[in-house]
Design a protein around this ligand. Structure first.
Ligand SMILES: [Zn+2]
Length: 219
C-alpha cells in the first residue's frame, strides 16, 4: 500500500496552505489522521502494514499496546492483523493519566508482565506519548520490542524513544517558522482556521494581512 497516496486520497494530508501549528509556528503543510479513523477498511490495511516488520520469528510479539484514545483502534486492529497472520496476540491500551499514561483497566497489566510488547501509534510529533507508554509497559515488567507508527512527522528516532526498534510507514516534515518571520504571512496568504490551531490564532489576531480561509475537509 502506498500509504502517503492513501492518506492524501482520504483527505488526511494538506499541502501548500498556511497553517498555525500547536507550537504557535506557521507552515504550509498539515497532517491529521483523525479523518481516516472511521474508515475501517483503510485502518485495517494500515494495521496489516504496521505489524508486518514484527512478524518474523526473532521479534515475536505477545502484546500490542498503544496510547488512548486513537491508539485503541490501532491496538485492536493490529491485534486482529496478527491473528490473521496466525499469531495469538493480546491488545491493550494505556489511558491518559494527567501528563502521563497508565494501564489501569482490569487485566491489562497481566498482558504486560514478562511479555514481548509492540507499541503502535498514528502520529509521532515529539514522540512523548509513545515514550511514556513504553516506560509504563516496562514498569509493569514488559520487554518493549519496538514501536510501529503510521506517520513520523517529527523526525523521532528509536533512540529518543528509548527502544531498540522504530518502524514508520511514512515520514513527513513540514518546516515550522516563527510567525514574525513567516513568508506566507508577509505574502498575505490566508491562514487556515479550521485545521490545526488557526482558529485560536484568529481569535487572538482577528485582523491579519491575508485574512482567513476554511478548507473543505470532506473526503
Ligand atoms: Zn504565517
Amino acid at each position: 500500500m502506498e500509504i502517503m497516496a492513501e492518506l492524501e486520497r482520504a483527505g488526511a494530508v494538506f499541502l501548500d496552505h498556511h497553517f498555525v501549528y500547536k507550537s504557535g509556528k506557521h507552515g504550509s503543510g498539515y497532517i491529521n489522521l483523525d479523518i481516516i479513523f472511521p474508515n475501517v477498511g483503510l485502518m485495517s490495511d494500515i494495521c496489516v502494514d504496521l505489524i508486518k516488520p514484527f512478524l518474523d520469528g526473532i521479534d515475536s510479539i505477545d502484546t500490542v499496546a498503544a496510547p488512548a484514545v486513537g491508539g485503541i483502534v490501532l491496538s485492536v486492529l493490529s491485534g486482529r492483523a496478527f491473528r490473521d497472520a496466525g499469531r495469538n496476540v493480546s491488545a491493550v491500551w494505556a489511558d491518559k493519566d494527567g501528563d502521563d499514561f497508565a494501564f489501569e483497566r482490569a487485566g491489562f497489566v497481566e498482558q504486560l508482565y514478562g511479555k514481548r510488547v509492540l507499541v503502535v501509534e498514528d502520529l509521532l510529533t515529539t514522540g512523548g506519548s509513545v515514550r511514556k507508554v513504553c516506560r509504563q509497559a516496562e514498569f509493569h515488567g514488559a520487554e518493549v520490542i519496538g514501536a510501529s507508527v503510521v506517520c513520523n512527522r517529527g523526525g523521532v528516532t528509536a533512540q529518543q524513544l528509548g527502544i531498540p526498534r522504530l518502524e514508520t510507514l511514512t515520514s513527513v516534515s513540514f518546516a515550522a517558522i516563527d510567525a514574525d518571520a513567516c513568508p506566507l504571512c508577509q505574502e498575505g496568504t490566508p491562514i487556515v482556521d479550521n485545521i490545526g490551531h488557526g482558529g485560536t490564532y484568529r481569535a487572538e489576531h482577528p485582523e491579519c494581512k491575508g485574512g482567513y480561509v476554511s478548507l473543505n475537509t470532506a473526503s
